[in-house]
Design a protein around this ligand. Structure first.
Ligand SMILES: *Cc1c(COP(=O)(O)O)cnc(C)c1O
Length: 462
């Protein structure tokens, strides 16, 4: 007799009574579909054409699974292909295989990192991994942090902690000092914090795109003279257009002397501090009060994967703890007590599996590969009549050395189009009044041969 309580709904979920149920078949099919899509990348461009979109709204009766697979396939045809060798436009590399698997498992576990009782082993793993990451980048024995769904949230939480630590909570008149190349998420953070846009002082950069310590020192003095409280200084370890790392050590010294919180936005470059051979690129990061770090970028952990790490993680508790009255006491902090987000998936699982599988040597190899590709492309482009904005990481932006702005814009559009026709996708940032082409060399499928091809198309377009 049919159970009125379950009413056939169990068929939608995995039934533990049935050893090999339909979930297995669905997973096999999904896995075949995904592997085919990944393998198919070289037969397409990195940037797909428009597809006929399937309907967004559900039917009354629901779809047959075969029809659904067809709609899913067409959506996948319209997706950006990060593993195409010519996918060089953005900070969005292909995902590590183990990370894809971990995401799948995490979806099935459906644990909630809000509270320890909803994710016992994973909560403990998250705390230990955050502590390890924070210690490994040099923030000290007591350092730790919290994962966040993206670097924008990590930056927002950092500035919220900084404001509180400066005893400025509830006040909107403080200023945040940063370089002109900092990420736009800082503007959003201030908006959320109830502050006016002009509270973000974007300081001028040197010709290389770096914030000079003397410029910061002047700005600190100026804020003091105006009687404006300084909420934080934000240094960037890898700017979004150029990949420039600010002089972290000198900025930290200035902040220490002024008693001001230093946040390092290391969404791109922070990962370098995990391994000895690359740490020099972000020298001084260990002196920050807080660091944002995005394993979803250079390292290839699937999205979203970001962390906010702090020398003193008590700041998170002070800002965000609510007592979570509807949860049991945890053995340590509940995940939801350390940040803005409530319910969170087990993003820690893919980060942990990726780091475990790679080991420090694997991390090193990924970073070295990206930096090698960036150096190679740079040396291929250097002899050409281009203006290169190279930075310190795996990004390379450039524009034509043509005299007039119109010529530069025309060349950029022409070259961008010719590259796309040959399967190379670069992005088109406008930055410091320059129409640039930008290549991000984080894609392990881009070979030396691809880079030579890329350079020769650029050369011919000039
Ligand atoms: C990508 C990026 C961010 C924002 O991270 P999201 O994950 O996109 O929110 C912040 N800062 C820098 C320097 C970045 O490149």
């Amino acid at each position: 007799m049919k159970d009125q309580c379950s009413n056939g709904l169990q068929a939608l979920f995995h039934n533990p009574d049935v050893a090999t149920g339909s979930l297995g078949e669905l997973l096999n099919h999904s896995s075949a579909l995904l592997c085919k899509w990944l393998a198919d990348a070289p037969n397409h461009g990195p940037r797909p054409g428009l597809i006929v979109q399937p309907l967004a709204e559900p039917d009354v009766a629901g779809k047959q699974i075969d029809e659904l697979w067809r709609d899913l396939s067409s959506l996948m045809d319209g997706a950006y292909r990060p593993n195409h060798p010519g996918a060089l436009a953005h900070l969005d590399p292909p995902a590590l295989n183990v990370s894809i698997c971990a995401d799948l498992i995490a979806a099935g576990l459906n644990n909630n990192l809000l509270a320890e009782e909803l994710s016992p082993s994973l909560s403990r793993l998250e705390r230990s991994l955050c502590s390890w990451m924070a210690r490994q980048i040099g923030l000290g024995a007591n350092a730790s942090g919290v994962p966040a769904s993206g670097g924008s949230l990590s930056n927002l939480m950092a500035l919220t902690c900084a404001r509180r630590a400066a005893n400025l909570q509830g006040r909107c008149d403080g200023v945040v000092l940063t370089g002109a190349g900092s990420h736009v998420s800082l503007n959003k953070a201030l908006a959320v914090m109830g502050m006016e846009p002009d509270c973000l002082w974007r300081l001028p950069l040197d010709p290389e795109g770096r914030l000079l310590p003397a410029v910061l020192a002047d700005a600190l003095d100026r804020a003091n003279q105006l009687g404006l409280p300084i909420l934080a200084v934000v240094a960037t370890a890898g700017t979004t257009v150029q990949g420039v790392v600010d002089p972290l050590r000198q900025m930290a010294a200035l902040c220490k002397a002024a008693g001001v919180w230093l946040h390092v936005d290391g969404a791109i470059g922070g990962i370098c501090a995990l391994v000895d051979s690359q740490r020099w690129r972000v020298d001084g990061i260990e002196l920050a009060d807080s660091v944002s770090l995005n394993p979803q970028k250079l390292l290839g952990v699937s999205k979203p994967s970001s962390l906010l790490l702090l020398q003193d993680p008590n700041h998170l508790r002070t800002c965000f703890s609510t007592g979570l009255p509807y949860m049991e006491q945890a053995t340590a902090d509940h995940g939801g007590e350390l940040g803005i987000q409530g319910t969170r998936g087990a993003e820690v699982l893919k980060l942990w599996m990726s780091l475990q599988y790679l080991g420090l040597e694997g991390i090193e190899k990924i970073l070295e590969g990206a930096f090698l590709r960036a150096r190679s492309l740079r040396s291929l482009l250097e002899p050409l009549p281009l203006h290169l904005l190279a930075g310190d990481l795996h990004l390379l932006s450039f524009n034509s050395a043509a005299a007039s702005a119109d010529e530069q814009i025309n060349w950029r559009d022409r070259c961008h189009k010719q590259l796309l026709e040959s399967g190379f996708w670069l992005s088109k940032p406008d930055w410091r009044d320059l129409p640039l082409l930008k290549a991000v060399l984080g894609n392990p499928f881009t070979s030396a041969m691809h880079l030579e091809q890329l350079a020769s198309i650029i050369s011919r377009s000039l």
